[in-house]
Ligand binder design. Structure first.
Ligand code: A2P
Length: 317
């Protein structure tokens, strides 16, 4: 099978578009979110990344269904990812059905365990308390994820924020191997070890916060403001964001930049008719590494399965 340009093939055989719109937001209303998604569809995005915890499934469902009705796209032309929230591990089937209701879809293309963390309280951005954590049993959660796929509610299943060790552990008992691990990845956090592990097991890597989440309290401008990125952008006559995203797709990962601005949504999509040089790659590969989002909030010395961030990432930090 010929792989269409701008896509990668998952271990299920399905194609995943290499650029998708990330949709996590804290402060926009449904109309603003829907408008951004409609812009993205018009610009050509065919991959949307949401999660039950983002609160954007409903707006995405509205945007997609308007696009289906007006004939801009058909359901089979778009790749939709959603995620099992940390409070939803006990019943993935019920969780995915809720997501599908909000999305007004019969299936998603990919359903991920959002974090290797189980909680009793629905918290995404703020700091959980000790009593919010529950004991984690990824094996039983994964069985529920497998049922989601077996019942046709999702075409593929995977994980997010899993280290190489957690991937290896999961593979030791999974009936259906994960198709994707979605993790923080950008030129300053290149995930070389994890990507080797995923490549060995035919697991596709998707990059969240591929720009490093500039101008966000949980992110940093260090990626977009990196002098080497600036130099390469000037050389190619591209923007810094385009260089960063192009680097990601040339690494074979799918990139999920978030933007709710029409101009930047369009800008981020213009990464397919030019390429970086080997010298660009060589220089970027030597950049000093540092993870921006450490997951510190999921760590405590009493109730979390992780006493330190090193434990959360199994040393890959
Ligand atoms: P905005 O919505 O105003 O465009 P990430 O995807 O790494 O998490 O980064 C998301 C942040 O990056 C958003 O706050 C978004 O702001 C900003 N952003 C998205 N695209 C670009 C771009 N092309 N140039 C600069 N900032 C961008």
């Amino acid at each position: 099978m010929r792989i269409a340009e701008g896509t990668a093939q998952l271990n299920t055989g399905a194609l995943i578009p290499l650029i998708g719109l990330g949709t996590a937001t804290r402060n926009l209303n449904d109309e603003e979110i829907k408008a951004a998604m409609t812009t993205a569809l018009q610009v050509g995005y065919r991959h949307f990344d949401t999660a039950s915890y983002y609160g954007t499934e409903h707006a995405l469902g509205e945007a997609l269904n308007s696009a289906f009705r007006s004939g801009i796209v058909n359901r089979e032309d778009v790749f939709v990812t959603s995620k099992l929230g940390n409070t939803e591990h006990d019943d993935p089937i019920a969780a995915i059905k809720n997501s599908l209701k909000s999305l007004q879809l019969e299936y998603v293309d990919l359903y991920l365990i959002h974090w290797p963390v189980k909680m009793r309280t629905r918290i995404l951005f703020s700091q959980p308390k000790e009593e919010d954590f529950l004991p984690l049993n990824i094996k039983s959660t994964w069985q529920g994820m497998e049922q989601c796929m077996e019942t046709g509610l999702t075409k593929a299943i995977g994980v997010s924020n899993f280290s190489s060790k957690k991937i290896e552990d999961l593979l030791s008992y999974a009936k259906i191997p994960p198709a994707v691990d979605q993790v923080e990845m950008h030129p300053l956090w290149q995930q070389k070890k994890l990507r080797e592990c995923c490549s060995k097991h035919n697991i596709h890597v998707s990059a969240w916060s591929p720009l490093g989440a500039p101008n966000n309290p949980w992110g940093s401008n260090v990626v977009i403001d990196n002098p080497l990125i600036q130099e390469i952008a000037e050389k190619h006559g591209k923007t810094r964001a385009q260089v960063i995203l192009r680097w990601g797709v040339e690494q074979g990962v799918s990139v999920l930049p978030k933007s709710f601005n029409a101009g930047r949504i369009a800008e981020n999509f213009q990464i397919f008719d030019w390429s970086l040089t080997l010298d660009d790659h060589d220089k970027i590969s030597k950049l000093k590494q540092g993870k921006i989002s450490t997951g510190q909030k999921f760590v405590n010395s009493t109730t979390s399965p992780y006493k330190t961030v090193e434990e959360l990432w199994d040393g890959e930090i």
